[in-house]
Design a protein around this ligand. Structure first.
Ligand code: HEM
Length: 504
């Protein structure tokens, strides 16, 4: 009897072994330790650069890591992201659960962190309807007005350029979303959004909150020893809800009074009143409005900071763009969106800004819902799948000399060269790709064109007459931003200053 039991157990083990070894191997990656996996290998910051290095070391555009039991797959080439995140988008478009942020901190209204499913589809449909390439053109007049105000502020306080970028984008987004005109400083709605974003930044640090690793901890009562995270989350939840609820309530109040100017919120609430068959409810308008400030402000401000840094790194590019602008506008007018076709060098410069130091080096991680296979490697179901946009946009085979800022790479015979791969990976991938990409690109374009038409951007000089060299350093994060730096922004002459003064 005991012999037959032994034989049966041996047979079972053999079957399990054969089944396991008949599965394709996991993609290569650093050696994993028991239980913690690669936890000690992964640096706390700038992981995208490490992953790009590992991809070269293991000679594979797909690498695998295990972080405390979680399977992580990193894609480091366009071939891999095109195949998995684009072509197989139907299984690669989920997100992780994020118990701390989505659950306890109440960010479950955020389409960007929502699981792939019916609720996300409704939010996404609203975004796509509002921000597709044609529809997003309606925001151009607000972007233009915001840029003109920015130019005026740059004349008075050029050293505060980063603050002005933020003020401009806050104004554009608040007015477009709610019809609310932001105050020039200390605006209460902007402060609410800033507060919410501070909470999000603190709560959204991978690996910091045990509840993200052991979701069961969310059931601990707040008073329980060690449940400080629940008390923190409750405070941050109030901030997130404030950002969503307060401006929305104000717009509804104005609608009741009949004084609400047109905006995203007003348009979609009115359409709801007029229809019995809308695919969305009032809550969806509130939630999508609530996320626009969070999604659109810091990302665009970071790109504009990179633009200024790029001008310090490459004064030649600035000069060429200014020559192009002068040849089209003859210093008689400020640029408008109608000039876009005539300004290919400026458009190339904007593409290079998006590529050179991309704002979201990891995009936002996706999650694969079923087991899959790529290049003979197994991608386990439920893996976090990271499209390493930084690696893609710095791939020397696609963008030679990738760390230099070179707008020329996008041009051929003075026109944009369609053969060079667009930097739209900066906006992520597949079905989850950023719906605000057209609005973002046009906002950046009009600021870049207008600033270069009217200002010279150069390195700052200190009291002793020494040039202040920028460090070109970035603060890492989901949204990376340049470390605040100094520079000199001066009108290109009295004519430029007069054009700005006359423009409003
Ligand atoms: C330079 C500016 C911007 C950059 C670099 C950027 C980048 C991104 C990235 C990388 C993603 C994740 C894509 C993925 O999962 O693969 C994303 C998602 C998203 N972005 Fe943007 N974004 C920008 C501006 C905006 C603006 C202006 C808006 C709206 C007005 C916006 C709204 C969203 C939303 C709603 C999502 C979630 C999409 C989803 O999960 O389905 N973004 N963005």
């Amino acid at each position: 009897m005991s012999v037959s039991l032994f034989l049966l157990a041996a047979l079972l083990l053999l079957v399990l072994y054969v089944r396991k070894s008949s599965k394709p191997p996991l993609p290569p990656g650093p050696r994993k330790l028991p239980l913690i996996g690669n936890w000690l290998d992964v640096p706390a910051t700038f992981q995208w650069k490490t992953y790009a290095r590992w991809s070269k070391k293991y000679n594979s555009d797909i690498i695998h890591l295990n972080l405390l039991g979680k399977s992580i797959v990193v894609l480091n080439s366009f071939a891999a992201t095109d195949e998995l995140l684009e072509k197989r988008s139907s299984i690669y478009s989920d997100r992780e659960d994020f118990p701390m942020v989505n659950g306890l901190m109440g960010w479950d209204f955020n389409a960007a962190s929502m699981r792939y499913g019916d609720e996300w589809r409704i939010h996404r449909r609203l975004f796509n309807q509002e921000f597709n390439v044609r529809a997003s053109r309606k925001y151009e007049s607000r972007e233009l007005l915001g840029t003109r105000k920015l130019l005026q502020r740059l004349i008075s306080h050029p050293d505060m350029f980063l603050t002005h970028f933020r003020q401009m984008m806050s104004e554009v987004i608040l007015s477009s979303t709610y019809g609310i005109e932001a105050l020039p400083s200390d605006d209460p709605y902007v402060e609410l959004a800033d507060e919410a974003m501070r909470g999000l930044a603190a709560g959204n640090v991978p690996g910091v909150w045990l509840v993200d690793i052991f979701p069961i901890l969310k059931y601990l009562p707040s008073w329980f020893p060690g449940a400080g995270f629940k008390r923190k989350a409750l405070e941050w939840r109030g901030w997130a809800r404030g950002m969503m609820d307060v401006p929305f309530a104000e717009t509804k109040r104005q609608m009741e009074l009949g004084t609400a100017p047109p905006s995203y919120t007003v348009d979609y609430l009115r359409a709801l009143e007029d229809s019995n068959h809308a695919f969305y409810e009032e809550y969806h308008v509130k939630a999508t409005s609530g996320i626009m400030f969070a999604a659109g402000t810091d990302t665009i401000v970071s790109s504009l900071g990179t633009f200024v840094l790029a001008m310090l790194a490459n004064p030649e590019a600035q000069k060429k763009a200014q020559e192009e602008l002068d040849s089209v506008l003859s210093m008689q007018a400020l640029p408008t969106f109608e000039d876009r076709e005539s300004l290919p060098y400026v458009s190339a410069l904007v593409k290079e800004v998006l590529r050179w130091e991309n704002v979201t080096p990891f995009a936002v991680s996706h999650r694969v819902t079923v087991e899959d296979e790529y290049r003979g490697y197994r991608v386990p179901a439920g893996s976090v799948v990271i499209g390493n946009t930084w690696a893609l946009l710095h791939d020397e085979k696609v963008y030679p000399d990738p760390h230099s800022f070179k707008p020329e790479r996008w041009l051929l015979n003075g026109r944009l060269n369609p053969a060079v791969r667009d930097p739209e990976a900066a906006f992520g991938f597949g079905r989850r790709q950023c719906p605000g990409k057209h609005m973002a690109t046009s906002s950046i374009w009009i600021v870049v064109a207008s600033m270069l038409a009217t200002f010279d951007i150069s390195k700052a000089v200190d009291a002793e007459g020494r040039v202040v060299e920028p460090t070109y350093e970035y603060i890492p994060g989901l949204v990376t931003t340049p470390v605040p730096f100094q520079c000199a922004i001066k009108p290109r002459g009295p004519q430029a200053a007069a054009l700005i003064q006359a423009s409003l």
